[in-house]
Each structure stands twice: as structure tokens, then as C-alpha cells.
Design a protein around this ligand. Sequence first.
Ligand SMILES: CC(C)(COP(=O)(O)OP(=O)(O)OC[C@H]1O[C@@H](n2cnc3c(N)ncnc32)[C@H](O)[C@@H]1OP(=O)(O)O)[C@@H](O)C(=O)NCCC(=O)NCCS
Length: 175
Amino acid sequence: MIYGEKCYLRPIERDDLPRFVRWFGDPEVRRHLRPYLPFSLAQEERWYERLLVQIERQEDVTFAIETNEGVHIGNVGLHNINWKDRNAELGIVIGEKEYWSQGYGTDAIRALLGMAFREMNLHRVYLRVDGDNPRAIRCYEKVGFRREGTLRQTVFREGAYRDQHLMSILRGEFE
Ligand SMILES: CC(C)(COP(=O)(O)OP(=O)(O)OC[C@H]1O[C@@H](n2cnc3c(N)ncnc32)[C@H](O)[C@@H]1OP(=O)(O)O)[C@@H](O)C(=O)NCCC(=O)NCCS
């Protein structure tokens, strides 16, 4: 386990997959994520098989976020790990909507960054966030991510092209 204050991170198990079908079936949960269609259980199983390969190759670390009470509320991970330049891309979803805006996202990201910088010896963690996702932007800013720039009209959603921000945090800024 990787321990935060309100939650801990644990490896994802095959038994978790039906929960993902429910989470990503909800358009509100999916709204600011890259997948824009709901997934079937068979698709989640394929995703999981690919994830296991990526974890074995040390290209990815993805964890389940569980509250200290043992409720699995979301997932968080580092993707596209680049061991030469020592950076990775962060992704997070809290699929149980009633847990939004209670500090779990901030706590889970802090726990993951502790591992990224103190154990994996990464130097930079970056992410892309929709410009119209103020909850996520606030969460990342609380952790210490800084805005690096705007990718103008880079995603098409709800009938229009939308901006995304590139944000990052360096090891020294986290410590
Ligand atoms: C984005 C997400 C990971 C954040 O996790 P979370 O647990 O909800 O976030 P936190 O509670 O730690 O922090 C959110 C902050 O935004 C604030 N906030 C919520 N809605 C807001 C709004 N409309 N405008 C401004 N701030 C807002 C909260 O009050 C909180 O700040 P505070 O602690 O200063 O009060 C989670 O909401 C989520 O998974 N959403 C759906 C998927 C998603 O958007 N993923 C990110 C893709 S880049």
C-alpha cells in the first residue's frame, strides 16, 4: 500500500473491473477524460491485460484509490514513464461522484507523487487538464502543479473545440 492521509493506493485487481464499467458508463464522470464512450466489461478486461504488460515493462504504474474506510473510489496512475528524462504523465479519476470535492483527489495525488519523487526518482510529473474543469485545476494547484501553457482548441467536446492546459510539478517543488 501507498499511504496518504485520507486514503491509500493499492494495485488494481481483476475484480475491480465491473466497477469501472459503472464509473465510465456515467457521462458526468467521463466528461473530462480521454475515453468519450462507455466501456463494456470485455473492453475493461482487454485494458487490464494491456496494463499488466505495461506495468511489467515499467512503463506505467496505476493504482486503485481506497478511502481509509476501505471504499474503492477511483484510480490514479503515472503513464508513459520515461526513465531517461525521468518524467511521467499523471492521470486520475474519482468514479464515485459523492466523494468529489472532499480532498481525496489531492491526497491520492500527493501519495503518488511521494512515490514518484522519493522512490522512483522521477524529476517531472505532467498532465493535461480541460480548461473548463475548475475542480481538477484547483486540485492540481493545491498539490503544487504549475500551469505551463495552453493547448488551444485541442479537444472536441459538446459541439465545440476546447482548450486544455499543460501543468507540471518538479521534484524540488513537491519537496
Ligand atoms: C478531478 C478530481 C480528480 C479531483 O478530485 P477531488 O477529490 O474531487 O478534488 P479535491 O477535493 O482534492 O480538490 C478539489 C478542489 O476544487 C474545489 N472545487 C470544486 N468545484 C469547483 C469549482 N466549480 N470551481 C472551483 N473550485 C472547485 C474544491 O472545493 C476543492 O478545493 P478546496 O479543497 O480548496 O475546497 C475528481 O473530481 C474527478 O475525478 N473528477 C472526474 C474526472 C476528472 O475530471 N479527472 C481529471 C481529468 S484531468
